[in-house]
Design a protein around this ligand. Structure first.
Ligand SMILES: Cc1ncc(C[n+]2csc(CCOP(=O)(O)OP(=O)(O)O)c2C)c(N)n1
Ligand SMILES: [Mg+2]
Length: 262
């Protein structure tokens, strides 16, 4: 099989804006799944509501496009009903960390055998650009017109603290690394969380002075700091700037998990 065996060509043209990063993340995820040698019959995609959550609609497997914030709750049901299935969740920062925040932490705590891919565009993309729990301090959104005054969530730190077995962060620029991370997540029993930082030119970029799509991708690229480098900086007593995205494999462990195939 190859990537094109998983992709629903009949759904083109897609709904994503020009320059959106979500397609890149779908591409990397499908490539990783293809490398796993899984069949379509064994694989189910689940999502909530948002631009990112439209992803399963472009894939040729059984899928659930559920209600906002509830992707992980539905995915838990699918996995517990039939642990033989491979269950992959696509979600957004709002879907996962705002309305769905409780489902997220408790699925990590239970360490349910799911792989969750979050397209973090740091905004509510689908509904026109409201601030989300990952909108960085100072950034403009329709609900933070003078710049967000709140601290943002570090989704990976949250997943690690709550008990997930595998946690990694990459970006829409780091396609090879992201694909590898998703594959390790698919292979790891228990809860795997992969955060992909993505550009949203329409609702984030436009308001935050990124004139071109490439400017936002360049920003994401230049603000990605490898975990190993970050650790070295901390060891040497250097301050890690708060606006960097720590990228790489952040946790891989073997805590007791639920829903693992026997
Ligand atoms: C219960 C409920 N509340 C609110 C909404 C409206 N709504 C739809 S998508 C969305 C936010 C999407 O943001 P995110 O999850 O980050 O996805 P993105 O569109 O950015 O990919 C909201 C608030 C809804 N559909 N259902
Ligand atoms: Mg979003």
């Amino acid at each position: 099989m190859s990537f094109s065996d998983w992709f629903r060509q009949d759904r083109l043209p897609h709904i994503y804006c020009a320059g959106c990063g979500n397609g890149t993340i779908i591409n990397c995820t499908l490539d990783a799944i293809d490398k796993m040698g899984w069949t379509k019959e064994q694989t189910v995609f689940v999502s909530g509501i948002g631009c990112s959550s439209r992803a399963p609609g472009y894939i040729l497997t059984d899928s659930l496009h559920t209600t906002h914030g509830r992707a992980i709750a539905f995915a838990t049901g699918v996995k517990m009903a039939n642990p033989a299935l491979n269950v992959v969740v696509f979600t957004g920062d709002g879907d996962l960390a705002a309305i769905g925040g409780n489902h997220f932490i408790h699925a990590c705590r239970r360490n349910i055998d799911l792989t969750v891919v979050c397209m973090n565009n740091q905004i509510y993309g689908m509904t026109g650009g409201q601030g989300s729990p990952t909108t960085p301090k100072g950034r403009i959104s329709t609900t933070t017109p003078y710049g967000s005054a709140e601290s943002s969530f570090d989704l990976c730190e949250l997943a690690i603290a709550a008990g997930a077995n595998y946690v990694a962060r990459w970006t829409s620029y780091h396609v090879k690394e992201l694909e590898k991370a998703v594959k390790v997540g698919l292979e790891t029993p228990g809860f795997s969380f992969i955060e992909a930082m993505v550009q949203c030119p329409t609702n984030f970029g436009r308001r935050n002075k990124f004139k071109q799509v490439a400017d936002q991708v360049e920003y994401i690229k230049t603000h990605a700091l490898l975990k190993a480098k970050c650790d070295r900086m901390i060891e040497q007593g250097e301050t890690v700037p708060g606006d960097m995205y720590i990228v790489g494999e952040l946790v891989r462990r073997n805590r007791p998990a639920m829903g693992v195939k026997i």
